[in-house]
Design a protein around this ligand. Structure first.
Ligand code: ACO
Length: 328
């Protein structure tokens, strides 16, 4: 099988920045609490009327430009999101139309929460490597501000909006591109991070809206513990699978949920924090958008060089987890 390579990346964050100081005027919290518990200083919030698909289109255009490709070159679009514009149809179809992709482009959404981009990378890579698709566009995008309970200080301080994208193609050069992935889920942990209403089990009612049951609920402490374990295992598994040692990794791009989670992974893997890309301070947790935004920033900042090995590692609601090794 030919190897799958990332031909270009792009990202986008809405202009509006919500600082911890401003949040402190909305709920009973403080900049100090948020910074010391999570490492977050500010997050971006979509403008009124700015949709998930709008943000995705910005990131996708930047990724296509970086790859030197036109929208019509794409024949597969995979969008990882838990906040699509509509419940039906898929955000990918809306994005396809807005971007001007061909009508013979396969389009679908994928929900693996914060692990969504790693899941999309694995899925699209396999489809491209099979030869049935030539060029894939994968997008991680979230408008979490639309499902955050702005009266719940235990969650509203953590999340933000944004989008990241990558273009995939194949290379004949052996040993480059996506070396391997490890995906999984702890389905027994569904009740740690969820939205109860708005799905088919509990359709939205006036009462559910009044109780804000269309918003994210989370048992933060439990999620924290499992997140550290799952990310550490996912990282170790992919390293073992590929016969790569931790010290060979030039840069880790972890899911940006909490600085303390990233620091714990750094200790477990015995890799200094300098080898971790961190931007949680500026974005908060943007779920599926978190890794592709960080990846794009790292590439544009010159943090990834030809021949480098990068480790992507994520966890999210589900609880899903995923890791990927890429040689550039
Ligand atoms: N401001 C001030 N105080 C607060 C706030 C706040 N924003 N939020 C909670 N507190 C209070 C709590 O009420 C609690 O008070 P109490 O001791 O009187 O009961 C106290 O602060 C400590 O709360 P803890 O929950 O113990 O705080 P902790 O140190 O565990 O940090 C946090 C909380 C940041 C949520 C952490 O547990 C965490 O990051 N968990 C992981 C969350 C995560 O990554 N979720 C994303 C999953 S990915 C996805 O798919 C969306």
């Amino acid at each position: 099988m030919p190897s799958t390579v990332i031909l270009g990346t792009g990202s986008y964050a809405p202009a509006r920045v919500l600082t911890n100081a401003e949040l402190s005027t909305m709920v009973d919290t403080s900049d100090e609490w948020i910074r010391t518990r999570s490492g977050i200083r500010e997050r971006h919030i979509a403008a009124p009327g700015e949709s998930t698909s709008d943000m995705a289109v910005h990131a996708a255009k930047a990724a296509l430009q970086d790859a030197g490709l036109a929208p019509t070159d794409i024949d597969l679009l995979v969008v990882a999101t838990v906040t699509p514009d509509l419940v039906l149809p898929a955000a990918s179809c809306i994005i396809q139309h807005k971007l001007g992709l061909r009508t013979d482009t396969a389009c679908f959404d994928l929900n693996a929460a914060c692990s969504g981009f790693v899941y999309a990378l694995d899925t699209a890579s396999a489809m491209v490597a099979s030869g049935r698709y030539k060029k894939a566009l994968i997008i991680g995008v979230e408008k979490l501000s639309s499902v955050v309970d702005w009266q719940d200080r235990t969650t509203c301080v953590l999340f933000g909006d944004g989008a990241g994208a990558a273009v995939l193609g194949v290379s004949d050069q052996p040993g480059v591109g996506l070396l391997g992935t490890k995906l999984g889920a702890y389905g027994d942990c569904v009740d740690l991070l969820y939205i109860t209403h708005g799905g088919s089990d509990n359709p939205t009612t006036p009462e559910s809206i009044a109780a804000r049951n269309h918003c994210i609920r989370m048992k933060g402490k439990e999620v924290f513990k499992i997140a550290v374990r799952a990310m550490d295992e996912a990282a170790r598994d992919i390293l073992e699978q590929q016969g790569v040692t931790a010290d060979q990794i030039a840069l880790v791009i972890p899911h940006q949920a909490n600085l303390r989670i990233i620091e714990a992974i750094s200790q477990y893997l015995k890799l200094p924090m300098e080898r971790f890309y961190v931007n949680v301070d500026r974005y908060g947790n943007t779920s599926a958008a978190s890794i592709p935004i960080a990846l794009d920033e790292a590439r544009r900042a010159g943090r990834i060089k030809s021949g480098d090995i990068t480790l992507l590692v994520a966890f999210g609601a589900g609880l899903t987890y995923g890791s990927a090794l890429i040689r550039w």
